[in-house]
Design a protein around this ligand. Structure first.
Ligand code: URA
Length: 253
């Protein structure tokens, strides 16, 4: 069962707020009866009509994009800057998709884009501990004690980061910089940058190589691909949604 306004919004007919207004205005019928109660819940079997027209629930779609630098991980931007969803719109994706979590404006790499709010919420829930792998180019020469700090968790202003995997990939003595690969499962705001600031090696460049088991190998910045059904299922499993998966309608996908 889902809230009526959510079902209308997912059909692509209106935003959640507009859908609520439509309900209050008496434009929505459930099983041929006008419903003005915002809390009303409906199931797949209920007939929902807006202004007498049956609404089709939007099909679920799942993509992974190689997010380029210089775009915002959002659906729209008040300052009219490029947003990551623009790359999909330009290639004809019309569903009401959004990014799962965010990468900073200057950060590149793997980002999932979908219209499946349930999966997005599960993936972003801290209890589900989805691994994210980052390749970091940072200032200075990173040594084993720096790596130990990253691995054992770092005290930031208001929390301590969980244990992380961290390996030194390369050092550039001439330019006094290092490359580190780090795996974390949290997603605090600017987390990797803050962690590297804390060990005295500010980030110069950051790329997310992997989100869960998904990478963007073969995708140029701004390119995306549809996830395969088995990848979507695996994400559900990793997001600890296994039990509910059998009730979930991915047949159309
Ligand atoms: N850590 C950051 O600092 N920025 C990101 O975009 C992702 C992780």
């Amino acid at each position: 069962m889902e809230r009526l306004q959510k079902v209308i919004a997912r059909s692509g007919k209106a935003s959640r707020r507009k859908a609520e207004q439509m309900i209050v205005d008496g434009r929505v019928k459930v099983n041929h009866k006008v419903v003005t109660e915002l809390g009303t819940k409906v199931s797949h079997n209920d007939l929902v009509e807006v202004d007498g027209v049956k609404i089709e629930s939007e099909e679920k779609v799942y993509f992974i994009i190689n997010k380029p630098a210089g775009c915002i991980s959002a659906v729209k931007d008040d300052l009219d800057r490029k947003v990551v969803v623009d790359y999909l719109r330009e290639k004809g994706v019309t569903e009401r998709v959004f990014p799962v979590g965010r990468l900073d404006y200057d950060v590149t790499g793997a980002l999932i884009i979908t219209n499946d709010g349930d999966l997005a919420n599960l993936l972003m829930h801290p209890n589900n501990e989805i691994d994210k792998v980052y390749l970091v180019r940072c200032d200075g020469i990173v040594d084993s004690s720096d790596l130990m700090k990253l691995r054992s968790g770092i005290e930031l202003d208001d929390y301590k980061t969980s244990k992380a995997k961290a390996t030194l990939v390369s050092v550039d003595k001439k330019n006094k910089s290092s490359q580190v690969r780090i795996t974390i499962h949290e997603g605090k705001y600017h987390q990797v940058k803050l962690m590297f600031d804390a060990i005295g090696h500010p980030v110069k460049k950051l790329r997310r190589e992997k989100y869960a088991f998904l990478d963007v190998v073969g995708l140029k910045p701004g390119e995306f691909r549809r996830l395969k059904i088995h990848e979507v299922k695996k994400l559900y499993v990793q997001a600890k949604f296994k039990d509910k998966l059998k009730h979930y309608d991915l047949r159309k996908y």
